[in-house]
Structure formats: C-alpha cells, structure tokens
Design a protein around this ligand. Sequence first.
Ligand code: FAD
Length: 288
Amino acid sequence: MKIGKLVEEKQYSVSFEVFPPKTEDVRESVEQAAREIAALMPAFMSVTYGAGGGTSEYTAALAEDIQNNTGVPVMAHLTCITSSRDDIRAQLEKLRSKGIENILALRGDIPDGFALKEQNYHHAIELVREIKAFDPGFCVAGACYPDTHPEAPNQKEDVRHLKEKTDAGMDFLITQMFFDNPVFYSYMYKLREAGITVPVHPGIMPIVNAKQMKRTLKLSGTTLPERFHRILDTFGETPEAMRQAGIAYATDQIIDLFANGFRTVHVYSMNNPQVAKAILDNLSEILA
Ligand code: FAD
C-alpha cells in the first residue's frame, strides 16, 4: 500500500521507525520488537538502512517480515553514497520482489575517510531519479531538516536543494528529529514559501535516557531548547524519571503538532515497543 495515499485517509496518524539487526544473533529479538510495535497498528513503519554504523543487509528482510506477518505497511530506507549503480538496482529489484512499495531515498552520511568518486552518487536527488526511472510505481519519500542539514552552508541553500529533490519526484518528506516545535513551524513556512508543496511528516524522538540524547544530537545536528535542557538536568540521572519525562515531552510535541494542523507524525521508536505503546496510550482518545 502506498503510504502517500494511505495517510491521507486518516484524520491523525502516527508511524514508527525501527532499525534492522546488526548481526544474525540478534535478528530474532529485533524481529520480535518490530512485531510488537506493529501490533500497536501504526499507520506504517519504516526500516532504516545501514544507519549509525549498522548493516544494510537486513533492511529488506525486516521490512518484508513486518509487511507480510503483521499487515502494517512498510517503508524501506535506502542510502546511496557508498553504493554503485548496480548495487542500487539490485536493492530496488530485491525490494520490488518482496512487495515493498515505499522507499525513503537518502544520500546517507559520508563515512570518515571515504573518497567520493565521479561515478558515485553525490546527493539523494540522484537516487530519487534512479528509483523513478527503475519503477515509477514506487512511492518515494525524502529527508528534510528543520534545524538545517549539518553540511549545508545555510538554511536557504538547504531548502533550495530540497526543492530540487522534491521536484525530482518525491511523494512526501519526513523530517529529522526536532525538539522545538516553533522551529519546525518556521521551517514549514520557508518550505511552502519556496514552493515545496508535498506533505511533510514531522519526526519526533522520545528521549528516554540522557546518554542516548548526547549521541543522537551529535549525529543529527539537532539543537535542544532550554526547556529540554532543564528536563535533562533535573531527571537525566534517574532513568525511570527521565523515561517518563521524555515520553511526556514527545507526547506534548505531537499534540501540539496535531493542534497546529499536522496530521501525521513519524516517531523514532528505537525498537522499543514499551515507548511506542506509551506514546500511543497517551494519544488514545485523539487517535480513536
Ligand atoms: P541530501 O538530500 O543529498 O542532502 C545532503 C546535503 O547535501 C544537504 O546539506 C543538502 O543541502 C546538500 N545538497 C543536496 N543537493 C545538493 C546539490 N545538488 N548540490 C550541493 N549540495 C546539495 N542515514 C542512514 O544511513 N540510514 C538511514 O536509514 C537513515 N534514515 C534517515 C531518516 C530520516 C527521516 C532522516 C532525516 C535521516 C536519515 N538518515 C539515514 C541520515 C541521512 O542519510 C543523513 O542526514 C545524510 O547526511 C543526508 O541524507 P539526505 O538524503 O538528506 O541527503
């Protein structure tokens, strides 16, 4: 099922991101966690690809497992920066043969010391074009950055490139995590002003431990509002309290997004069914 169409039919929807196992020995536990998240019946689930040093090998397999065994629509992430054209076409063939219809087309982070060659993909837009040329039937999403992509010289340039990327055939966008809704609202204003009209799904990360927060912020270039710093300072050393505060903060962001006209939210659930459930429980009457 094409996600672009599917979320249009719902008043409010929440989707979850999961990541595949890094090694075979944890495959079963990751599949189990993904199935528990799927049992909560999110609008869809997305499966990352080689993110944070992980492997790309299991993305298609986990996506297929979720889609076939739970009926929850799936979006497979796909990055291109370290892949050859043949690698990408092989991945697309694999996804199509498994019945995966939705792809989040990404450049990927450039690995330290990686020498980019002429024949490599340089930006996600090239992957979007490749996917559309391979099979125009794929629903293609892309990433965008309310706090500006860390490599972009400024937001204006970042938005200009985003406009080119969406014009290449994007069905919708998912944002990098952000913790300050007004930053996102102001970003949305700039996207619309630049003529980017596709739906944008805000990405929300429930921060349930302080260590995770530091690592996450380093990778994403996302800034933290003063309000969240105070929460971290107050509860960061007490795991249960931090977990509760992090879930409450994410819930508060989602309710504010819904109240401001955004009907779809993508939650970075970090393979944690308890966190996913807690968020949905907090929204039960809203999503009913
Ligand atoms: P691009 O759209 O190519 O943008 C990257 C940078 O290049 C930006 O600064 C942009 O302004 C600039 N740019 C774009 N086009 C041009 C141009 N023509 N000329 C000059 N500059 C240009 N990573 C993973 O490895 N696996 C995952 O599964 C994964 N999932 C993600 C999911 C989401 C929702 C998000 C937001 C990110 C995800 N990432 C993942 C991280 C992502 O790969 C990185 O943020 C990466 O650095 C950029 O990818 P992109 O697709 O946004 O790149």
